[in-house]
Design a protein. Structure first.
Length: 95
């Protein structure tokens, strides 16, 4: 699963969420191509995970991403992602 979006008006940044769900459960958040957060969720017993990061130098933005997995057979079902930018929900999707 890959999801890419751009934030900022004068100082633009590309945020990419990458999640390889089936085998290792590799989860990465990249900012402008550089890895900002990287985790493995091969045996994860939590149903929900939160990730926070700040991007920008002159135009700062707080990005909060919530990943929620299903209770049963999580490796075979879509997970729900909710993205907040500066405290406002901007996207919610299943992947």
């Amino acid at each position: 699963m890959n999801h890419v979006f751009t934030i900022g008006i004068q100082e633009r940044h590309t945020i990419a969420i990458e999640y390889e769900q089936m085998w290792l459960g590799r989860f990465e958040i990249k900012v402008d191509g550089a890895t900002a957060i990287s985790r493995l969720f091969m045996f994860d017993f939590k149903f929900s995970r939160d990730f926070d990061l700040w991007v920008g130098i002159h135009e700062k933005h707080h990005i909060h991403i919530n990943k929620t997995r299903p209770v049963f057979f999580a490796g075979f079902q879509p997970h729900t992602y909710t993205i907040w930018i500066d405290g406002i929900i901007v996207n919610k999707f299943d992947a």
